[in-house]
Design a protein. Structure first.
Length: 92
């Protein structure tokens, strides 16, 4: 299994909106691509980690090649400022 993890440092004023967006829309949209089998969303005082689990790295590559641009564009529409993101890929 492989993990594509997105970490977010969210300004205080955006936390509620960010959590609602992630839980109601974004995570579901990413899972609908079929590239991942499950996701985990964790928070700790303004820092968030969303882990998307794929059966192999090829599925992550497929997501990055075909879907990530649209997902990031939608995210920027909702949160143009106030959130710093970082991404990692690891094998579990």
């Amino acid at each position: 299994m492989f993990c594509y993890e997105v970490r977010a440092a969210v300004e205080d004023r955006l936390r509620g909106d960010f959590e609602a967006y992630m839980l109601a829309k974004h995570i579901a949209d990413v899972l609908e691509t079929g590239c991942f089998v499950r996701a985990r969303f964790e928070s700790n005082e303004g820092y968030y980690a969303t882990s998307y689990i794929a059966t192999d790295k090829g599925e992550i590559d497929r997501y990055l090649e075909h879907y990530t641009e649209a997902m990031r564009d939608d995210f920027k529409v909702h949160f143009p400022v106030g959130i710093e993101l970082s991404r990692t890929i690891s094998e579990e």
